[in-house]
Design a protein around this ligand. Sequence first.
Ligand SMILES: [Zn+2]
Length: 229
Amino acid sequence: MKHLLSDGGQLIYLQGIDGSYVREIDVKVLGFEGGGYVLDRTIMHYQGGGQPGDRGLLISGDIKIPIHNVKKKGKNVIHLSSEEVDIKEGKLIVDWERRYKIMKMHTLQHAISAVIFKDGYKSLVTEVFPGYGYIESDSTEIVLADEAFNISKIPRSLKRYFVKRNELDPKLMARCNLERLPKSIDEVSVVEIEGLDVCACAGTHVKNTEEIGDYWIRAPGKKVEFGLF
Ligand SMILES: [Zn+2]
């Protein structure tokens, strides 16, 4: 099985780094279940892996259906909505302003995790939101290196590709918690930040660290907290 790909739809945002930038797409509606729409494909990230689900609209003619979250249930990706309307197809539009903030935050998190890993700290739990995020590390006394404050000042490009699980270089992937990946996944989505980080990830990311812009970071106790200005 490919990394978190669902039988209930194609995840467009996992198709190269450009996939994260698709803001709207034509979709077929396969059904309504579990409080939301199941589509033939999606540009909306579903909640999980330390990243929230996307929000947006499903539009069909004059009908505008709000999507307030996206979750995976069994094999299906459910676009949660309080409005059940019988439509066969439509245009799916992601709330881009919110989503772009999450993309910046997720890339910032990978970069910070890579920087603190160089100093011997492992990221155990990571969560990002639109504009705020945190990493729980294995140390109570994190000292942040200068590099942690300058991530968006050094332009580094990102790419995403699939690698067969048994072909992953364990040394290269040491900072990721690969053991947390479900065993059923034999093809892994990998996100690479040029010259800084390589990690298995099914989240959405920006194309270049410059896009993150101004941010703040602090390290109280076990946590590293960070956010966008
Ligand atoms: Zn990630």
